[in-house]
Design a protein around this ligand. Structure first.
Ligand SMILES: NC(=O)c1ccc[n+]([C@@H]2O[C@H](COP(=O)([O-])OP(=O)(O)OC[C@H]3O[C@@H](n4cnc5c(N)ncnc54)[C@H](OP(=O)(O)O)[C@@H]3O)[C@@H](O)[C@H]2O)c1
Length: 246
């Protein structure tokens, strides 16, 4: 099983912290060659340096997934640096949740742009490469919010539901050469929980996170499991929750 990840070229968005960084460390420890994207160069540099210090291979690319050109640059970096792209992990996300009465239209827009447009930009950038190679895998990070909507997560849940639908639609059109995987985490202990929120919502989300969340390594392992499957085997969906999450 280990050989399947060894040498694989994997691009990850949102790799500067949380689930994306944990996935980068996990896959690097298994021998993957990584292209890591996010907006914060300093945090990205830290992840790349930590991987290289362990003898792994990674390059960082500053990208905003809401921009088409940035996703194209991420994929181009994989192809020019390593000669191919085997897997695109679309993980970048923002949990700027709020009740509708707060009218946080900037937060709503950022979730729509990051999750839906960001995923579509990744498809547009990687699909032609995967078709040319006659192989490739889309791994996309959804959320259990798509399955159990909890106030005040309406807009967040809607965007993750869209991601779930898009991943399944992409799978249906992917044909025999490509693999399409959705990994939907439950509560995961990252800095992203509550980021972009304030006051009582921030307090409640961080308190709940600290009480019940699972480590991001749980999601990294699930992503690795989907990637390490033999050719011809496609893990389409993995849902991972802390046992205590209702
Ligand atoms: N934590 C949970 O409980 C949980 C549960 C279910 C699903 N998820 C999903 O898991 C994914 C990762 O979240 P996380 O919990 O690991 O939070 P996180 O630590 O805040 O990670 C989010 C990552 O996305 C990047 N990002 C955000 N907007 C971006 C943009 N426009 N362009 C490029 N990168 C962007 C951030 O980096 P920069 O700020 O440097 O760009 C960061 O690396 C998200 O899709 C989230 O919805 C999380």
């Amino acid at each position: 099983m280990h050989e399947k990840i060894d040498g694989t070229v994997i691009a990850i968005t949102g790799a500067s912290s949380g689930i994306g960084a944990a996935t980068a460390y996990h896959l690097a420890s298994r021998g993957a060659r990584l292209v890591l994207g996010a907006r914060r160069q300093d945090r990205l540099d830290e992840v790349v340096a930590a991987i290289e210090a362990e003898g792994g291979e990674a390059v960082g690319v500053v990208v905003d997934v809401t921009r088409r050109d940035d996703l194209a640059r991420l994929v181009d970096t994989a192809v020019t640096t390593y000669g191919r792209l085997d897997v695109l992990v679309s993980n970048a996300g923002t949990m700027a949740v709020s009740p509708f009465d707060a009218l946080d239209q900037d937060g709503w827009d950022s979730m729509v742009a990051t999750h839906i447009t960001g995923f579509l930009n990744g498809i547009a950038a990687a699909l032609p490469v995967f078709r040319r190679q006659e192989s490739g895998q889309f791994v996309t990070v959804g959320s259990t919010a798509a399955y159990r909507i909890m106030s005040p997560q309406g807009v967040y849940a809607a965007t993750k539901t869209a991601v779930t639908v898009l991943s399944e639609a992409l799978r249906q059109e992917s044909g025999p050469d490509l693999r399409v995987t959705l990994v939907s985490p439950g509560f995961t202990h990252t800095e992203g929980v509550g980021k972009g929120t304030t006051g009582a919502i921030l307090e409640s989300m961080t308190a709940q996170r600290d009480a019940i969340a699972m480590p991001p390594s749980a999601i990294a392992t699930a992503i690795g499991f989907a990637i390490e499957q033999p050719d011809g085997v496609d893990i389409n969906e993995v849902v991972v929750r802390p046992t205590v999450q209702g």
